[in-house]
Design a protein around this ligand. Structure first.
Ligand SMILES: [Fe+2]
Ligand SMILES: [Fe+2]
Length: 294
């Protein structure tokens, strides 16, 4: 629970953050549209088309083998009609977030390209699981999974001194990034990312996923969303898709199965192997999506 000491520690870490990164305008408007899936197609197309290079990147992906359309899709509006609001919003959000935290800015101890592979792998896994669970808000799932570890980016780019201390702790003690953060900072990327999500006015459900993706049983607003992202995190670690600061492979939090049984009563831990096999195919299919990272 967030006691007084915890708040002090969080404040102290935040005071080390050199500047608050800004979310690109397009990404934040796309995030706003998450609240309202009824937004007219033309309005969404206008938001995307206000950024020419983003439009080019979106159309390139839409025309890639990932979607495999026989005919060229040449406008965003056409793409929206063919692929739907959710898919285009996910693509747009992904491209614009990755651009604001470019993978080329490597620190000696942190590989951004691999970090984004982990995050995008998680988003792909989360969408796959959402389909399996017939979970209705699959658009939110993708976005929430993509940004679940955003606190690590905030630390690594805007509080580099603290971040390097955490990385040293990871390598010298051979422990998880999460445990190293606890030891060194007393708070973790989950709470730091949750704070950032709040500053960026993300929907509360997504802020909650960021805060509790390691402990989905703590979620109160939308536990299934949090549980899906948690399970995706576990799966991409098992498959070693990318890297998020440590090589730790962990098993799903025990509470996760109970939460997800509300979506699929027959679910239990024996499904892990099945999800693993599904994910292998999904990652292979999503290669053009991973090309966004470069
Ligand atoms: Fe995490
Ligand atoms: Fe993660």
């Amino acid at each position: 629970m967030q006691d007084k000491k915890f708040s002090q520690r969080l404040r102290s870490v935040i005071s080390h953050i050199s500047a608050l990164p800004t979310l690109p305008v397009v990404a934040s408007r796309v995030m706003e549209l998450l609240h309202n899936p009824q937004t007219p197609v033309q309005k969404i197309a206008d938001v995307i088309c206000s950024d020419q290079s983003l439009t080019t990147a979106v159309l390139k992906l839409v025309n890639s083998s990932y979607y495999g359309f026989p005919r060229q899709i040449s406008t965003v509006k056409h793409a929206l009609v063919i692929l739907g609001f959710n898919e285009i919003r996910n693509i747009t959000f992904t491209i614009s977030v990755l651009r604001s935290f470019p993978p080329t800015k490597n620190s000696p101890s942190f590989n951004y390209r691999d970090f984004w592979k982990h995050s995008l792998g998680c988003a792909v896994a989360a969408r796959m699981l959402a389909k399996f669970f017939r979970y209705r808000v699959s658009g939110k799932v993708f976005v929430a999974a993509l940004v679940h570890d955003i606190g690590k980016i905030l630390l690594s780019q805007y509080a580099r001194d603290l971040f390097e201390k955490v990385m040293q702790e990871v390598s010298s003690r051979n422990i998880s990034f999460y445990q190293a953060e606890k030891n060194v900072l007393g708070v973790t990327h989950a709470e730091i990312g949750g704070w950032l999500a709040h500053q960026w006015n993300f929907p509360q459900e997504i802020e909650e996923v960021i805060k509790f993706h390691h402990f989905p049983s703590e979620a109160r607003i939308n536990p299934p969303l949090c549980a899906v992202v948690h399970l995706s995190d576990v799966l991409v670690r098992m498959r070693a898709v990318g890297w998020s600061g440590d090589g730790e492979v962990f098993y799903p939090h025990p509470g996760v199965w109970r939460i997800l049984q509300s979506l699929r009563p027959d679910l239990d831990s024996s499904h892990l192997d099945y999800f693993n096999a599904l994910l292998e195919e999904e990652i292979e299919r999503a290669k053009p999506l991973f090309n966004i990272i470069g």
